[in-house]
Design a protein around this ligand. Structure first.
Ligand code: PFF
Length: 546
């Protein structure tokens, strides 16, 4: 069953792994998506809910992924293949369920979803859990194709800041300039190319010399840039209104929808559900403490999201802009805000550099998932795999980039998607973004189910115990109760260890929560009057509307 790995690269140091994984987690999700989604969902209360989702769902699932990776020392496909049981009732049940739903959808003439569900169902009944890994690799293509487009915009905006072309006095002029920028296919494809070339160059160099080295360099830079921007924002007159808006929870504005949005955002932001953390975990040494590393990665991710809000809202409020201007907050509102400060272009440059750095460390992790699969499973050379599949992602990205404003110019793709999906997305870019949302939720759900019920918590805990035996031995209940010094603290009587609490979450809490979030993401769960009909947050076409 097991394919022997000759020699697998590992991270050079524990810190290197934490920074690289935090680099994957910290990205556009934290600095671009988190502030605008917080703005749309009422500020402080949403932040609190997001934190709860991260702690209760994100953290347990991340530990699942990292332990799976380290145990198998493989890419997501290899990891699931290695632990795939020869027969599995749960996989069979799940596969048949998917086929049943797929056929129902076909009968209801929902061809795209019907075909997709039926296909996944058939594959699951045949290949069982390996399909989860395959979905992860496919998600790598899908996510990076639109992610790199937005990252490319940041490259373009760095250029604009450097040449003083972001001096907007009104939101109208900022949005007109943004629309002109993203409507120019050559420009956005050139920017996409620069971003993808950077990702490819880094991933080509390998785990230690490429990913780890660049993460160790860029993550501190990212913090420095953030702190500079926060200091600037907070020292503006009137900034405190923004801080208050951001930090004072108002639970009246929270709906069921906000909670589900928070779950989806937690998955995206923590890079969960597509095997990125399995892949990064596969390069971790047995001595590393997985529990504390996971806490550190999640902690850094949350910290950056939190700080990004603190960099954005005080400045937005101080200059009298609306905090809920959606996905355009970064590309339209903020340049206008910066322009009204002394040395505006400098702040704009620093902000877009920050965005680009964050996107780069995430982009390389997406490409690494795809590369690791071709290297591990197909025996390709790292350089060849990175170049070929990075190139494919670039091509897919060009479709996304062009479709944002000129959807009609790629008629065949449009026609194909329209034939399959009744509720057509405004562009190919949005289709990819929506697909990524449901792929991550589905991947996260299946990963938790696999670790909780198939691989088993006992074996997973054995893996985590290497390098962190406290995880299974500290009796959480007595520690929480202040009885850590009691002689009975580590006796058999106490069962609430960190590990047992984790097991309960992985087996029950996370799957239930993610199923609900998934149904919402694919539009099957209506959250009443607050619910928006479109599951995906802020399609790019909407970006373009001033
Ligand atoms: N976590 C990244 C962000 O917040 O921007 C996005 C991402 C990276 C998602 C890697 C998934 C992934 F595998």
């Amino acid at each position: 069953m097991e394919k022997q790995q000759s020699k697998r690269e590992t991270w050079n140091s524990g810190l290197g792994f934490i920074l690289a994984a935090a680099g994957s987690a910290v990205g556009l999700g934290n600095i671009w998506r988190f502030p605008y989604i917080t703005g749309e969902h009422g500020g402080g209360a949403f932040v609190l809910i997001y934190l709860i989702c991260v702690a209760l769902i994100g953290l347990p699932v991340m530990l699942c992924e990292i332990s799976l990776g380290r145990h198998t020392r493989r890419n997501p496909v290899g990891a699931f293949k290695q632990l795939n049981p020869p027969a599995c009732n749960m996989a069979m049940l799940f596969g048949l369920g998917m086929i049943f739903c797929g056929v129902l959808m076909l009968i209801m003439r929902s061809f795209g979803w019907g075909l997709l569900f039926t296909l996944i169902g058939i594959l699951v009944t045949k290949y069982r859990w390996t399909v989860v890994g395959v979905m992860g690799v496919v998600a790598g293509f899908v996510i990076l194709s639109f992610y790199a487009v937005v990252a490319g915009w940041t490259v373009g905006y760095i250029g604009k800041a450097l040449t003083g072309k972001l001096a907007f006095n009104t939101m109208e002029s900022a949005s007109a300039s943004f629309v002109a920028f993203i409507s120019n296919p050559f420009l956005s494809i050139a920017c996409l190319f620069v971003f993808m070339a950077l990702c490819i160059a880094i991933v080509c160099k390998g785990v230690q010399a490429g990913i780890e080295r660049i993460s160790k360099l860029l993550m501190p830079l990212l913090f420095l840039l953030l702190i500079l921007l926060i200091l600037r924002g907070l020292t503006l007159p009137g900034a405190m209104a923004g801080v208050r808006y951001y930090l004072r929870p108002d639970f009246r504005v929270i709906s069921g929808e906000s909670i589900l949005v928070a779950v989806g955002l937690a998955f995206f932001s923590l890079s969960l559900g597509m095997g990125a953390m399995i892949t990064y975990g596969s390069y971790v040494s047995k001595e590393q403490n997985l529990f504390t590393s996971t806490m550190a990665i999640v902690g850094l991710d949350v910290l950056v999201a939190f700080l990004a809000g603190l960099a954005v809202f005080p400045a937005v409020f101080a200059l009298g802009f609306a905090p809920d201007s959606g996905a355009g907050l970064a590309f339209m509102a903020l340049p206008t805000v910066f322009n009204q400060m002394p040395f505006g272009m400098l702040w704009a440059f620093l902000f877009f550099l920050l965005l680009m750095v964050a996107a780069l460390t995430s982009g390389i992790s997406l490409l690494e998932v795809v590369t690791a699969y071709w290297v591990d499973e197909r025996g390709w050379k790292r350089r060849d795999a990175t170049l070929v599949f990075g190139g494919c992602i670039f091509l897919l990205g060009t479709l996304c980039a062009v479709s944002v404003q000129n959807w009609d110019s790629i008629r065949p793709v449009q026609f194909f998607l329209q034939a399959l999906f009744a509720r057509i997305q405004p562009s190919f870019f949005d289709t990819m973004e929506t697909a990524s949302d449901w792929m991550l939720a589905l991947g996260g759900l299946l990963t938790a189910l696999f670790v909780g019920w198939v691989w088993g918590i006992r074996l997973a805990v054995d893996e985590i115990r290497h390098g962190s035996h406290n995880f299974a031995d500290v009796h959480l209940w007595s520690a929480l109760a202040g009885l850590k010094d009691d002689p009975s603290h580590n006796s058999e009587v106490h069962v609430y260890t960190l590990a047992s609490v984790w097991g309960v979450f992985v087996r029950f809490v996370c799957p239930v929560a993610v199923v609900i979030a998934f149904l919402y993401t694919i539009g099957w769960l209506d959250m009443g009057e607050d619910a928006s009909p479109e599951p995906a947050p802020e399609p790019a076409a909407e970006l373009a509307q001033p």
